[in-house]
Design a protein around this ligand. Structure first.
Ligand code: ADP
Ligand code: MG
Length: 493
């Protein structure tokens, strides 16, 4: 093996916010080199620099030991670099071979040599055991095959360094196997592959070495066989797994909300439970157990059919979300993209949309006050952003979630209901969200957390309500809860 690529001292800032600081990476020929890091660690930025999409602020790139300048995609290609992006970059309405030869058509005397391109494509497809007609429309193929076509295209350009940015995120297990066998063939041809993924299990299977990045910095490079998953996670998040869940508070016995015999006439059947002040109350159960439905009903999203709620000892009528919010209840829904985010809008807008009346003093909008609140919660939730005017869609999943939680905290709720708060969130942001929850309950807020990750419910909650088939099957104290007990309650008759 010989060193194909070396990147060193790479730095890059966006609008003054550093995204990469002194990052390095080496790639041998015939090597699969994994690039590992949480969302926002800087992986995509690093390879976009390699691919000539972003320009670096400083640093050097060497190919076969010779320093190269890569200032655009064409120069990257001329240096044998090809990037398969997270989003496929091809034209679905065109044929396979047209996609493969896009921008490099075979021509003689100005005429396009169709049959030669078709034959060449057929040959390359065979190499990857794809028995397809090159004249078929690309869009008709499953995503995994489209990805292989992108690889074929890269090779037809003479790529020796192929970067795959989270290629398996939308693939089934079988498709992943197929992609991996394609990667193994490329290895045999001495192509070097940079493989970005945060699926730890894949790395053991396909990668030779791994470089870990964290917060835009280089952490270390390891031989896959010589490093454990735990060690990699620790490197990735900068903490050990033991510190993962945060539970430093003591709940009170005081009942803040009592729900009695709640039914929605559909999924939820006579649910009763009590929530204590300063408590984290977990809701566990299988998918479809009725947990989200119960919370939607309490929050006034759906109508109840029967049941009562008392809040701090007083009966409470909730007929709408407005009623629930006025009573000091907040709910962060499960599907934040669908239900909670205004993707086209700024972070500021997304954070303050629910508390606008705070900045409307006698009908006049108080921008200063709004900015102050946004600043306070960006800081409290340690949201990573360039500016509050930035569109929220630019933020990682973890940071989006923090903005939404911040939105509800800005209204100072007594009860905060979090439905799957850490789904799709990277490990570092998860830990931050756990800290926020722990701090909130210390401040007297009561938190309900629905989670399908049992270790998370067990690690975070003071008590755990187990639901099944729309009913509450039991309540476990923190010290008696384990995965087995929860599962046997969830599935009990
Ligand atoms: P990863 O791929 O590891 O998830 P990225 O390289 O996408 O991380 O992002 C690293 C950091 O750079 C993030 O904080 C991200 O918000 C920021 N960033 C990436 N691209 C841009 C851009 N075009 N403009 C502004 N900030 C960006
Ligand atoms: Mg990325």
């Amino acid at each position: 093996m010989s060193t194909l690529l070396e990147m060193k001292g790479i730095c890059k800032s966006f609008n003054g916010v550093p995204a990469l600081q002194d990052v390095q990476l080496t790639l041998e020929s015939g090597e699969v080199h994994a690039l590992l890091g949480e969302n926002g660690a800087g992986k995509s930025t690093l390879i976009k620099i390699l691919g000539g999409i972003y320009s670096k602020d400083s640093g050097e790139i060497y190919i076969d030991g010779k320093q190269v300048q890569i200032s655009n995609v064409k120069e990257a290609r001329e240096n044998g670099i090809s990037i398969i992006h997270q989003e496929l970059m091809m034209l679905p309405q065109m044929t396979i071979y047209e996609n493969v030869f896009l921008g490099q058509e075979y021509k003689s005397n100005g005429f396009v040599k169709r049959s030669e391109m078709i034959e060449k494509t057929r040959e390359m497809l065979k190499f990857f055991s794809l028995d397809l007609d090159p004249r078929e429309k690309l869009g008709h193929l499953p995503i995994a095959q489209q990805q292989i076509i992108e690889i074929v295209r890269a090779i037809s350009f003479g790529a020796r360094i192929i970067v795959m940015d989270e290629p398996t995120s939308s693939l089934s297990d079988k498709e992943v196997d197929f992609l991996f066998s394609a990667i193994r063939r490329l290895k045999k041809e001495n192509v070097g592959i940079i493989y970005i993924s945060h699926r730890m299990s894949e790395l053991d299977e396909i990668a030779d070495r791994v470089t870990v990045m964290r917060d835009g910095g280089y952490v270390s490079t390891e031989v896959i066989k010589e490093v454990t998953r735990e060690e990699l996670i620790t490197k990735m998040v900068g903490r050990t797994l033991g510190d993962y869940y945060v539970h430093t508070h003591t709940p009170s016995d005081e009942v803040v909300m009592k729900v009695t015999n709640y039914s929605d006439g559909d999924m939820v059947k006579e649910a009763s439970f009590e929530l204590h002040k300063g408590e984290v109350l977990g809701f566990a159960g299988l998918v479809g157990a009725g947990r989200s439905e119960l919370m939607s009903c309490i929050f006034g999203v759906t109508k109840k059919k029967s049941g009562e709620i008392t809040l701090e000892g007083q009966p409470l009528q909730i007929n709408s979300v407005r009623d629930a919010m006025a009573a000091g209840i907040a709910l962060v829904p499960e599907d934040r993209k669908q239900e909670a985010l205004y993707l086209d809008q700024s972070v500021r807008y997304n954070m303050t949309i629910e508390v606008l009346d705070k900045f409307l003093k006698s009908g006049r909008y108080n921008a200063k006050k709004e900015s102050a609140i946004v600043e306070e919660y960006v800081e409290k939730m340690s949201v990573k952003l360039a500016s509050p005017s930035q569109k929220i869609i630019r933020l990682s999943g973890g940071n989006q979630q923090k903005v939404i939680i911040g939105r509800w905290l800005a209204g100072s709720p007594k009860i905060l209901i979090l439905d799957e708060p850490t789904r799709g969130v990277d490990i570092g942001a998860k830990v931050e969200i756990y800290h926020i929850i722990d701090e909130l309950v210390k401040g007297g807020v009561s938190v309900i957390i629905i989670s399908s990750e049992l270790p998370e419910v067990i690690g975070m909650s003071d008590r755990i309500v187990v639901m099944g088939e729309g009913r509450i099957k039991g309540v476990l104290e923190r010290n008696e809860a384990d995965q087995e007990r929860i599962m046997s309650l969830a599935t009990s008759e």
